[in-house]
Design a protein around this ligand. Sequence first.
Ligand code: FES
Length: 681
Amino acid sequence: MSTDPLVVFTPSGKRGNFPVGTPILTAARQLGVDLDSVCGGRGICSKCQITPSYGEFPKHGVTVSEDALSEWNKVEQRYKDKRGLIDGRRLGCQATVQGDVVIDVPPESQVHRQVVRKAATARTITMDPATHLYFVEVQEPDMHEPTGDLERLERALHEQWGIERITADLTILSRLQPVLRKGKWQVTVALHKSHKDSTHKVLEIWPGLTEERIYGLAIDLGSTTIAAHLCDLRNGEVKASSGVMNPQIRFGEDLMSRVSYAMMNPGGDKEMTNAVRVAINGLTESIATEAGIRPFQIVETVFVCNPVMHHLLLGIDPVELGQAPFALTTSESLELNARDLDLTVMNENAQVYILPCIAGHVGADCAAVALSEEPGKSEDLVLIVDVGTNAEILLGNTSRVLACSSPTGPAFEGAQISSGQRAAPGAIERIEINPETKEPRFRIIGSDLWSDEDGFDAAIATTGITGICGSGIIEAVAEMRMAGLLDESGLIGSAEQTGTARCVPEGRTHSYLIHDSSAEGGPRITVTQGDIRAIQLAKSALYAGARLLMDEMGVDRVDRVVLAGAFGAHISTKHAMVLGMIPDAPLDKVTSAGNAAGTGARIALCNIAARAEIEQVVRQITKVETAIEPKFQEHFVAANAIPHKTDPFPDLAKVVTLPAVAFNTGGSYAESGGRRRRRRG
Ligand code: FES
């Protein structure tokens, strides 16, 4: 048995015996304890902070005396005077082992600390990004030993950090000499390591030990919106989240119209590529400003996107995606220089990672949902629906995972809706309709009060009531159905049929009036027959996609449903079910996640092992192509009814009774809906 002192680390529980005089940082490294260090033990970065504990520890079988660690030294005192150090903390590279000791590693000193995801299914992300900062001391040049500065930097990184091989672009080479000399042969480098090989690439270099932080962007590049999270690459903290409309909308609202634009207009694909790249540069600028950082600190970006967006971002003509067999140029993941995509606002050496696509129209956004929600690890059969202009749908469990993409169109994002708007202050997001009086009450984004509560008018004085957002329109249509204002086929009844003057004629159809402030110059917010139609088309495409996967799996029921998407966190699961967006399931088994594709992008940004994992997982996912599957059309037509023409909804029937109203006696509106042209969104 060793007579050397015992060192026990918490919370890991790792323990080992070390000779007197061993620095705690060295002991931690030898035991594989997660203790951070940027300066390599020189006492200047403070990343290695630890908290020793003294006294009796029966659990660990040790007694720690007051002199278990070396005395507080000058380096620690200097650090404390300059930057401050919490009482009881020591620097792990300075404190050495003198006797048995219990050492706690606080979360901020753990390199691979876990970040709890803020979502219904709390999942942790282990921090291990591709880019890290390293402080090194480089040997000065010597006439008698002629080597280049880069070679000596490489040697220093090898000796001090065990890094094998580095590469550096001209942008770094051109600054290397002045930076090395300015830093008196001490520099901090940002090194990016691919998960595919062992090469490290120098992305940025600072003289001395830098105080700068480095950041990454996780971007969900959608057909309608581009959403970005700016993350601190040390701890995964989301410093800012922002989004802009995808400017390609001016070339076509949905994906197929953009492919058509590229087909019909020579150079049209280049126009769209340019538009989206300009928008991403603008978003980079604004998100950096919002977070109070400089754009050059952004050294990495991860993209998730559908295949058409993928090709247009890369500058590849998407024409092949407009026709069967929907061949992608590549479905592999990609590692690129940001500047090759004209992303010039972020660091000039910033690296881009694009998740792999699954196949055909099932893209990297679907792969990101799979990474975030992990259907392949679910024991029960889970249906995951990521709602956007193009819905990503996954069905699976530990034995098999299927995926498809369905062209829902932008209605769920508030587009193509007469009073629709993006989710922003002033937008109606919740609505209830009294089944007796048919009167509505609602809540808008920016206030917690319902419209019939005291103080509502004062609460909304600054925002006003401006329109209705995606989650609001879903609730409105479902509430209209529950209140008997809408029949199964989707027709709005007249004032006589429904008994409310809020059902007003509009041409040959009717609209339901939610709010009218036109007398004061404000908007008149209604749900029109056209709005119902747009929602019916969107929800039918969603449902038909899900049904197709269920057919392929050979099941009529799923065990649980996860609703994700830009408004996934806000969507009312009951209303989604009344509408028939998703197949019937017990309501307590229907949960909401946030933007799962965006979360998948964030996971891939913060953890390179996740990149390898998803590249492996996508190979095991079976793609189902909705566009060529004849059954899709059949399911689509049946799903036009609210909630559905033929499929039973027994679980929904336990909680909601839908009135048996019918407002049309002629041809079925649902059937005519089925004949309308569907477009991939
Ligand atoms: S490792 Fe940098 S201060 Fe200890």
